[in-house]
Each structure stands twice: as C-alpha cells, then as structure tokens.
Design a protein around this ligand. Structure first.
Ligand code: ZN
Length: 504
C-alpha cells in the first residue's frame, strides 16, 4: 500500500525527533552538568515543536483519509489496521489543540516545574501557587478542546489511559477502598514490623552489582539496555533495541535501589518485549499508563516481594552482605520487605497503603477541575484527606502537597490513576498467567522467571499499543478490569504475614 508506506516514512521521522528528545532528556537526568540546563531546555523545546508540527502536518490527515477503505477491509487486529487506527486516534487528538496553545502550555509547564524545584525544599507553596492556578486553567482549557465529554477530566485521563473515564475509575476505586480500608486498619493496629535489617550499612557498589544480577535474571536484556543512576528513577525507551533504566541508591536502606530497579526493569521488559516489526512506529510502546504500571508493580511487588523470590535470592544476598545479614532469618527479612505502615510519602509507601495515596490525589484533581476546590485551599484539603485516610498530618507542605512533581510539571487531571490501575491489573494479569501455568510460583522459587516472562511477552508485551487497555484486558483475562484478583492477592499474602483473619 503506497500511502501506508508514505505515512510510515513520515511518522518514522517524527519518531526520530521524539527519540532524540528522549536521549537528551535521559542525559539531562543522568550525566548532564547543571550548567547545561538552559541550553538543554531550548534544545528539547525545539525538538518537541518540530515533532508536533510534523505530526500535525495536513499530509498525515490526507494519507489517513486515503487509507480509510484499506483499513476497513482488514481484520481489526491486523498490524496494518491497528497501526492506521492508532495513528488516526493520536492525529485526531493532536490537531484539536492549536499549536500556539501547545507551545504556551509547554513553556508554562517548564516554568512551573522550575518554581516547584525551589518551592519544595523551601517548603513554600505560595511560591508555586500562581503558577499552579494557571496550570488548572490550562488543564480546563485543554479538556475543552475535546467537547462532548461526560466529565471534564475524561479527555485528560484519555491521554494517559485511553478508554478509561472518570466514571470507570471512580467505580473501581470505590470498590477498592471499601475492601482496602479494613485491611489497612487491621494491619496497622498490630505491632509494627521490625525492618532494621534493611537499614544497616550496605555499600553502593555491592548493592548495584546484586541488583544488576537480579534484574538480569528476571529477564531485563542488557544487550538491549543499561542502567544508570538518577535522582527520580525512570525508564527511557529509545528503540526496542535500546531501553534504559535508572535507579537511586541509599547506603543505609537496602530497599531503595533494589525495588526501584526491579520496578523500572518491569517497565523496560514490557518495552523490550514489543514485536520487533513495530520498531519506530506508534505501536512500539506500552499501551497505557495503567498497563505499563501493571508490569512495573507486578515485577516489583507480586514477584520481587514474594516469599518464593526470596527463597531463591536471600541466600545469595546473605553471601554478598554476610556482616549485615548473618543471623537475620529469611522470615524476618521477608516481613521487613513487606512492612505495611501509614505514611506520608507516596513513593515510599508499601503496596497495601499505596493506593490510598493515589486515590486521594485523584479525588483532589476532580475537586479542582470541578471548581469545588480553589488551588489556594489545596494544602488544607490535602491535610484533611491525609487525616481522613491515614489519621496523620504532614508536618509541612514539603511532605504534603509539594511532594509529587506531577501537577507542577504537567497538568491537573489524569496524572495519578494509572498507578492504582497498575496494581489492580498487575494482579489480574498474574492470576491469568497462573491459570495457564500453575507452576509459575514454584519456578520463581527456583530462580526460573522465564515461564512468567514468556507468558507476559506473548500475551501483553508483544502487541505493544495495538490494543487499548480495555481491549487488552478483555483479550488476556477474558473479562473487564476487576479488583477481585488484587484483593485476593492482598488478603492471602498479608493474611499470612499479619494474621488478618482475626480482624476482618
Ligand atoms: Zn512506574
């Protein structure tokens, strides 16, 4: 098909511009000296502008029109039909936003982010307040370029989790919170777990070497990836053959490097596992924020905090750190990595309380967008929600409303739901994998992660962005998203660690 080849060629150049931007971004977050910041911001803005102009070029619309009958003649799940469909969806989304608004918003976001970088350590919400008020205004205006929505946050959620709506997310979160609160309360009313074995002195080089062995054994392919240090861990995918993870290390806390590296390796194995034919196209990445997070959380928590995982890795860890871990039983260590507590910081939260942090941010985003909460009252609303959900107050805004960069670097709406959708979906996918291969848990105990990775590659990874999240979930699990496998997983796992039976 001549038009399809022309379209692919045009969009491959858009992809090249985007990937060049990603490399610059990755470099900025890993090795760039601080003096490079002003020039780097300009370089990134130029690449983003060129990419946007090229992607929204009317030639794309013309080719899509000419390809419509070809697309309709193909089966829905064929590669060509899927590629045309995904290009069409992204193109139609992109051309609704005037280019001037796009650049205005990008420039505003970079200013707001710079203010947040100053405001957080200074504990000064007032410094970012005017910028955040503008961000809320921009977020509403952005949503209004997509009229016909049910809820003003729907178009914003669509961007990260296409096919999900406020209504869907609210319904799932409502069911989840009902089940979750009694579990959290019953655990946190018990004697706190002693995790001091994780807080010994663990030298950096030995930690890094151990973590590298772990992610390599899980299936992260170092011939098509690498790891580096950063401040906020992330995964950067430049092509299917070059997917990089980043991590941070604390020498007085073993959990930091290990779990951020497994988490990012989960994201990266998804990207490395996409069908190679999709290289350089819009099908070459994970399908949504929620499905992406399902893979990082599955590997980090369902696998990396499981008893079977540690049955295999704990003797190895003990031999790397004999002074720190001799005399610490496997059971003590397993409980330490699964400590549950009510805490203030989302990124440090355990897998049980984590969702409460996400759900309260989701609620606050909706209140702001619905005009039921003013930005100036956000710090108080934040504190009130933490009091309601956790029974604790942050000592200051630094560990309260200023803790996450999302609203300051991006828009308000759609930025947080993916994390909890990821927890739910990770458990749902894992339950389906076990149904197909009941030997997966015992293979994990003997250090063989290939059956699980192979199942995920075949069922989730290789299709890239071909299917929307709801379509993929239906195809892989035989039904829509449901919280049952996740709740079952939590009750079974934490019931054994904390004896929930007496409390629930
Ligand atoms: Zn993640």
């Amino acid at each position: 098909m001549k038009q399809l080849e022309e379209l692919k060629q045009h969009l491959a150049e858009v992809n090249d511009l985007d990937m060049a931007g990603s490399v610059l971004n990755w470099d900025q977050s890993t090795y760039m000296p601080p003096g490079g910041a002003p020039a780097r911001a300009r370089q990134l803005a130029t690449l983003a502008r060129l990419s946007f102009e090229k992607f929204t070029d009317p030639v794309v619309g013309r080719l899509l029109d000419e390809l419509r009958s070809y697309e309709e003649s193909l089966p829905y799940d064929s590669d060509d039909a899927s590629l045309i469909r995904v290009i069409r969806r992204n193109y139609e989304r992109a051309i609704k936003v005037p280019p001037a608004f796009h650049s205005e918003l990008t420039a505003h976001q970079s200013r707001a982010f710079q203010l947040w970088i100053e405001a957080r350590p200074a504990n000064n919400f007032k410094l970012v307040l005017p910028a955040l008020e503008k961000t809320l205004d921009y977020s509403r205006r952005l949503a209004n370029y997509y009229p016909g929505y049910q809820h003003i946050a729907d178009p914003l959620i669509d961007d990260a989790d296409y096919g999900m709506k406020v209504e869907t997310v609210k319904a799932v979160f409502g069911q989840l919170i009902e089940k979750l609160v009694p579990i959290v309360n019953s655990i946190t009313s018990q004697e706190p777990t002693d995790d001091s074995c994780l807080r010994e002195y663990y030298p950096e080089a030995a930690q890094m070497a151990f973590c590298k062995d772990v992610v390599k054994q899980l299936g992260f392919d170092y011939r098509r990836g690498r790891h580096d240090k950063t401040y906020h861990p992330f995964t950067a995918s430049f092509s299917i053959g070059d997917v990089r993870i980043t991590t941070r290390i604390k020498e007085n806390y073993l959990g930091e490097c290990l779990y951020s590296m497994i988490h990012e390796a989960g994201h990266a194995m998804y990207e490395q596992g996409v069908c190679k034919d999709y290289e350089g196209t819009l099908l070459a990445n994970g399908t949504s924020a929620g499905v992406h997070e399902s893979q990082s959380r599955l590997w980090e928590n369902v696998v990396g905090r499981s008893r079977g995982f540690w049955e295999y890795f704990y003797p190895k860890l003990q031999s790397v750190f004999p002074e720190q871990l001799t005399g610490v039983s496997m059971d003590t260590f397993y409980r330490a990595v699964n400590k549950v507590e009510k805490s203030l910081i989302r990124t440090d939260a355990d897998e049980v309380t984590y969702n409460l942090h996400v759900m309260l941010r989701f609620d606050l985003e909706l209140l702001l967008l619905e005009d039921k909460l003013a930005v100036k009252d956000l710090p108080d609303a934040w504190q009130a929600m933490y009091k309601e959900y956790f029974g604790i107050y942050a000592p200051d805004d630094r560990d309260g409303v200023l803790q996450d960069s999302h609203w300051y670097a991006g828009i308000i709406g759609g930025s947080f739901q993916g994390y909890t959708l990821g927890n739910i979906l990770g458990a749902q996918f894992y339950a389906s994998a076990i149904k197909d291969f009941p030997e997966i848990p015992s293979e994990i105990s003997s250090g063989n992660f290939a059956p699980l990775l192979g199942w995920l590659q075949k069922n989730v990874y290789q299709s890239g962005s071909k299917f929307t999240a709801p379509e993929l979930i239906e195809r892989v699990t035989g039904g829509p998203m449901t919280i049952e496998p996740y709740i079952h997983y939590l009750v079974e796992k934490y019931g054994e660690i904390y004896h929930l039976g007496e409390y629930l």
